[in-house]
Ligand binder design. Structure first.
Ligand SMILES: [Zn+2]
Length: 63
């Protein structure tokens, strides 16, 4: 699965007027799906593309 950052770079994902992630192909706001440990899966209800957004890391691992 592509990361949402990659989707932004590729022009597939954008932000809507409210600052939420949206599919630029369908102009649909992304639906938040399953959470997977370090990130959240967001998908477009129209074309079923999905991107994974990584949560900010508040603390470093290890050490
Ligand atoms: Zn779409």
């Amino acid at each position: 699965m592509k990361s949402i950052r990659r989707g932004l770079w590729d022009g597939e994902v954008g932000k809507d007027t409210r600052g939420r992630f949206a599919c630029r192909i369908c102009r649909e706001s992304l639906v938040v799906g399953s959470e997977e440990g370090d990130g959240t899966e967001r998908s477009c209800p129209e074309c079923d593309r999905s991107w994974k957004s990584t949560a900010p890391r508040w603390r470093t691992t290890g050490g």
